[in-house]
Design a protein. Structure first.
Length: 218
């Protein structure tokens, strides 16, 4: 299972990268705005800074919603660094653009997926990743995890190469359930990844070992 961190915060990205378990980063316009990045140059150099920290897989989202704009923006984003994955919204022109990018060998992440039908379309168009949003489905009383399970079954039936990137992962249980049902990737905030480290019995056990180690005259 790949771990992506869902943030544009360079410090959080560095912290996860230093742990040695990070496979990529996802961003979106809201996350970029949250760290105060503005203007095309600022945004592009921020993407470059992210690429310089991680090994691969930096999702950078297009803003355009018309085919021509998505293509132009996606090609510009892909020029920033070979680690860039162009993030495209799940709309009609987005699917057409994913097909275009796929034919050109540009990797894509189809975002804002809320149904199996949407994911199948994106996979058929050649998306590298599809991003079903678990937390936002849960927010409106739907079962986000049920969608992940459904996609794992469907993609296995047809041997789609597209990877299921579980997004809008809000807490540790989401992440663990994704692992159980076989999502290829999870993307979540750094605190969710770091939360996996914690267990009170680990802290208690370590305190005891360190105390007893004092008796060993090392
Ligand atoms: C990632 O690709 C998504 O944009 C992100 O996971 C959305 O998460 P949210 O629903 O917590 O904003």
């Amino acid at each position: 299972m790949k771990f992506f961190v869902d943030t544009a915060n360079l410090q959080d990205i560095k912290e996860c990268q230093e742990l040695g378990i990070l496979d990529g980063v996802t961003t979106n316009p809201s996350l970029m705005a949250k760290v105060g990045i503005t203007g095309k140059d600022g945004i592009f150099s921020h993407y470059k800074a992210i690429c310089d920290i991680v090994d691969d897989n930096v999702s950078a989202e297009v803003i355009g919603t018309e085919y021509k704009d998505i293509i132009r923006e996606g090609e510009e984003l892909a020029e920033i660094d070979p680690k860039i994955v162009v993030k495209v919204p799940m709309i009609k022109d987005g699917i057409r653009a994913i097909k275009y990018f796929s034919d050109k060998g540009i990797r894509t992440n189809c975002t804002l997926i809320f149904s199996a039908g949407q994911a199948i379309l994106a996979a058929k168009a050649g998306a590298t990743y599809v991003s079903p949003f678990i937390g936002r489905l849960d927010d409106v009383g739907s079962d986000g995890m049920a969608l992940i399970e459904q996609l794992v079954d469907i993609f296995a039936n047809y041997g789609f190469h597209t990877e299921i990137l579980a997004a809008s992962v809000r807490h540790t249980m989401h992440l663990l359930q994704c692992a159980e049902v076989g999502a290829d990737v999870v993307t979540c905030p750094a605190n969710v990844i770091m939360g996996l480290l914690k267990h009170p019995l680990t802290d208690k056990g370590l305190a005891t070992f360190l105390e007893d180690a004092k008796k060993l005259s090392l």
